[in-house]
Design a protein around this ligand. Structure first.
Ligand code: ZN
Length: 84
C-alpha cells in the first residue's frame, strides 16, 4: 500500500522545439529523435511553400516559353512567311 509502483515515468521532449509530451497533442517517436505535431505542421507548411514555389516557377517558365513561341509564330507570319 504505501509502496509506489516502480515504473519509469520518462518524459519525452520534441527534438525540434523542446516541448514535452504533455505540452503537445502528439509526440512522434523515432529511434533517435522525437517530433511533436506542431513541428510536423510547420514542416508540412515549409514543404508546401517550397512545392508551391517550385510549381509557380515551372508555370512561369512554361508561360514564357509559350509566349516566346507565339511571338516566333507571329513574327514568322509578319516577316517571314511570305509565299503570298
Ligand atoms: Zn516540436
Amino acid at each position: 500500500m504505501g509502496d509506489k509502483p516502480k515504473e519509469e515515468r520518462r518524459t519525452y521532449y520534441c527534438s525540434f522545439c523542446g516541448k514535452s509530451q504533455h505540452d503537445v497533442l502528439n509526440l512522434i517517436a523515432s529511434p533517435r529523435a522525437f517530433i511533436c505535431n506542431e513541428c510536423t505542421d510547420l514542416c508540412a507548411e515549409v514543404c508546401d511553400e517550397a512545392r508551391a514555389e517550385k510549381a509557380a516557377k515551372s508555370i512561369i517558365a512554361k508561360t514564357l516559353k509559350v509566349k516566346r513561341s507565339i511571338k516566333r509564330v507571329l513574327s514568322a507570319r509578319f516577316w517571314g512567311g511570305g509565299d503570298g
